[in-house]
Design a protein around this ligand. Structure first.
Ligand code: SAH
Length: 338
């Protein structure tokens, strides 16, 4: 089987080249080509023809095939459907903001966390994505939009902390000076709350932003909508968050999707602010996006504003997230296995 170079760090490639009797610096040349989006050895023009032919026989570049692109007429958000080599497919979203271009990357094909309001988990987990499959989402999107991406959020399909090893490799790959060179502070990883990995993540990547999908002010509500809460209840989760903030000095984001009649009352806001007070954090509210099979309805804009005001009154910095790509089902919780 051919080696897939997109999955390899510069170090891996150096070892590979040394093993086939080539100079180590060739690895850096090839690594740079791959990370500028070149997908065939033929195009790597600073490498001898002989070596290119040799590489062609034993290795390949690129993991994904682009299959469908949808563009929002309203906000120009683009949703990409990519095919994996084994026939599974994943989705990736490209968004333009005032401060730069942002991409929402999937970390798994499917998801096994089973949150009641999210489309990504409806077909269960197919498999973990490799670091290269995560990287290739960025390389192919940059090529398609012909623009550089400055911010990466791991908030597509999948639970990144359920695929920690490959997530780490992905972060290392995109942070590489010889590759995309995306700063640690421009990367955000979101988790539904797999507590043991929060500590590990803080030690490995203290500068990467951490977002927690909280969505409830207490265990009673949270366990009804997020099965992970049975393994890691809120006290344990919030304590891990507190320690994370103390260790890294970085503000944590709590995501909170407002669901009509479930978690959006003013007393819910009071309860939430009591739990979060004292932790350097900020709450990102969104009104739940429509997922047909869930049976839940998003709160309206006025309730969201009221909830925000209540949190702020009680000292919790809060924003309401601008929703992009809803009409092409590219918004939070709408990505799925197709
Ligand atoms: N598994 C990780 C990464 C996914 S991020 C996590 O749970 O954090 C996707 C975000 O969208 C999560 O905060 C998720 O809870 C949220 N989400 C899921 N379904 C949603 C919906 N229908 N409307 C709004 N947000 C939703």
């Amino acid at each position: 089987m051919k080696k897939n170079f997109t999955n390899m760090t510069l170090k891996d490639l150096e070892i590979f080249f040394e093993n086939i009797g080539e100079k180590k610096f060739r690895a850096k040349q090839v690594f740079k080509w791959i990370h500028t989006g070149v997908r065939s050895f033929e195009e790597m023009t600073d490498i001898s023809k002989e070596l290119r032919e040799k590489l062609e026989e034993v290795a390949e570049v690129g993991c994904l095939k682009m299959s469908i692109i949808q563009t929002s007429e309203i906000d120009h958000t683009k949703k990409f459907l990519f095919e994996l080599a084994d026939g599974n497919s994943i989705e990736t979203v490209f968004m333009k903001y005032k401060y730069g271009n942002s991409i929402c990357v999937s970390s798994q094909a499917g998801c096994r966390m089973g949150c009641a309001f999210c489309a990504s988990g409806t077909g269960g987990l197919k498999r973990n994505l490799t670091g290269g499959e995560m990287l290739d989402q960025i390389l192919l999107v940059e090529k398609n939009v012909e623009e550089k991406i400055s911010n990466v959020v791991v908030m597509g399909t999948g639970e990144p902390f359920d695929n920690y090893h490959n997530l780490s490799q992905f972060i290392e790959l995109i942070n590489s000076k010889d590759g995309l060179n995306i700063g640690m502070r421009n990367i955000t990883v979101s988790t539904c709350g797999i507590v043991p990995m929060i500590g590990q993540f803080g030690r490995d990547f203290p500068q990467v932003n951490l977002a927690i999908s909280l969505h409830a002010p207490n265990d009673e509500i949270r366990k009804k909508i997020m099965p992970i809460n049975s393994s890691y209840p809120m006290d344990i989760l919030l304590n891990a968050c507190k320690i994370h903030v103390e260790k890294t000095g970085r503000r944590i984001t709590f995501e909170y999707a407002l669901i009509k009649g479930i978690n959006d009352s003013l007393s819910n806001a009071d309860m939430l602010s009591d739990r979060l007070r004292g932790t350097l954090c900020h709450v990102n509210l969104i009104t739940l996006n429509k997922v047909n099979e869930s049976g839940f309805t998003g709160s309206d804009r006025e309730s969201a504003e009221r909830f925000k005001k209540q949190l702020e009154k009680r000292g919790i910095p809060t924003t309401i997230r601008r929703e992009l790509g809803t009409e092409i089902s590219a918004a939070c919780g709408q990505l799925r296995l197709l």
